[in-house]
Ligand binder design. Structure first.
Ligand SMILES: [Zn+2]
Ligand SMILES: [Zn+2]
Length: 376
């Protein structure tokens, strides 16, 4: 049976918020473990704290008022972002293993917590780096507005199941060589809830929830990365019988950027420099996520060298500061030289004593001259 949370606080249904607060404070003053050493008091204190929690949270209180237990949300949905289907809770698992043989267990609540939902959100690099606010559209189960979760047609009520007389389980007796074996199992008529709905709500068919498309605003913090999930508490599926909604997980999918690649908080990009610029030095303008940056290329910059722009990467998600932007320099060897350019380069080569490349380890009769001969 669901706990009588009103009774625990000495209240009746329909008590006002301030009645609940007053009743809780009055009881807590007497029962708090700091003031009351009695071992029974501690247990009682936990009871009233739970009742207080159940009745001061509007969502939980709604479940209490529907005859459910907001803390009886089953094990099936906890921690799983893909819940919703499969086991409804610990009760089902117990049933599966032990044939529902528990004697202290009453009918289970018809109201259950909803499953979690997962949706992907594609973002550009500047959005993941600087954060953004996005509207997303989700299809989930929401509370049926006709019966507000009760599942009954207007003006009708759920009734006690006649198959199990409201116990939620039925017993059967079997003869075996050990003698009579009595086993109990979940009542097939009411699925263990002890209640049936004679006239189901026409909108939700008795489930207490309907599918609907909603638009939700998601605040994406600066510095999120591809594959991270943002949890929106209570934006998942509403549970059967109008039970509290699960959570909605928004998974970030970062679109590839034409210039920058990302590695955690660091960004990388490649710039190509003409050989002459690399040799003589230059200043180039790089369009970063923060706007244009002047980059000083020193004379004699080598291909493969990396210039680091501090704090121009992505912000650290759980700390302050930002990562770096690494600029990988690639020096381009000129191709398709015209006669004039070739002449100048040859002169330069002579001036630098670089006009005899064949004088490498291969010597005069080496690879270069062999190649030259072959091409003739
Ligand atoms: Zn039944
Ligand atoms: Zn309904």
């Amino acid at each position: 049976m669901a706990t009588d949370y009103y009774g625990v606080l000495g209240l009746s249904r329909g008590a006002s918020d301030s009645d609940i607060k007053k009743a809780y404070r009055r009881l807590a003053r007497d029962l708090h473990p700091d003031v009351n050493p009695d071992p029974g008091a501690k247990e009682r204190f936990q009871e009233i704290s739970r009742a207080y929690q159940a009745l001061t949270d509007p969502e939980k209180r709604r479940i209490v008022d529907l005859g459910g237990d907001p803390f009886d949300n089953g094990a099936g949905t906890a921690g799983s972002p893909f819940g919703g289907a499969g086991f409804g809770g610990l009760g089902d698992i117990m049933d599966a293993f032990f044939g529902g043989g528990g004697t202290t267990r009453g009918p289970r609540s018809r109201v259950r917590a909803g499953g979690d939902a997962l949706i992907q959100l594609e973002l550009d690099l500047d959005e993941t780096v600087f954060g953004t606010t996005e509207d997303i559209t989700v299809d989930t189960a929401v509370l049926c507005d006709l019966c507000t979760g009760a599942g009954t047609a207007p003006g009708t009520h759920a009734t006690t199941c006649t198959t199990c007389a409201g116990r939620g389980e039925v017993q059967s007796v079997q003869r075996s060589f050990l003698g009579q074996v009595v086993s109990s199992r979940t009542c097939p008529t009411c699925a263990g809830t002890g209640q049936v709905i004679p006239e189901p709500c026409t909108r939700c068919g008795g489930d207490g929830r309907v599918r609907a498309r909603r638009t939700i605003q998601v605040k994406v913090p600066a510095g999120v990365e591809d594959g991270m999930r943002i949890r929106l508490t209570g934006h998942g599926e509403v549970g059967p019988g109008g039970g509290p909604a699960g959570d909605l997980y928004v998974e970030i999918v970062e679109r590839a950027h034409p210039v920058f690649t990302r590695n955690g908080e660091d960004l990388h990009c490649r710039v190509t420099l003409p050989m002459t610029a690399a040799a003589l030095g230059t200043t180039l303008t790089l369009e970063t996520l923060d706007g244009d940056e002047e980059i000083d290329i020193r004379p004699g910059t080598q291909s493969g060298s990396v210039l680091t722009l501090r704090a121009k990467g992505a912000p650290r998600l759980r700390a302050t500061g930002r990562g770096n932007l690494h600029v990988h320099v690639e020096v381009e060897t000129p191709t398709r030289l015209d006669a004039e350019q070739e002449k100048l380069l040859r002169e330069l080569a002579v001036l630098r004593g670089e006009d005899r490349p064949a004088s490498s380890s291969e010597g005069q009769g080496g690879l270069f001259s062999k190649l030259r001969d072959a091409l003739k």
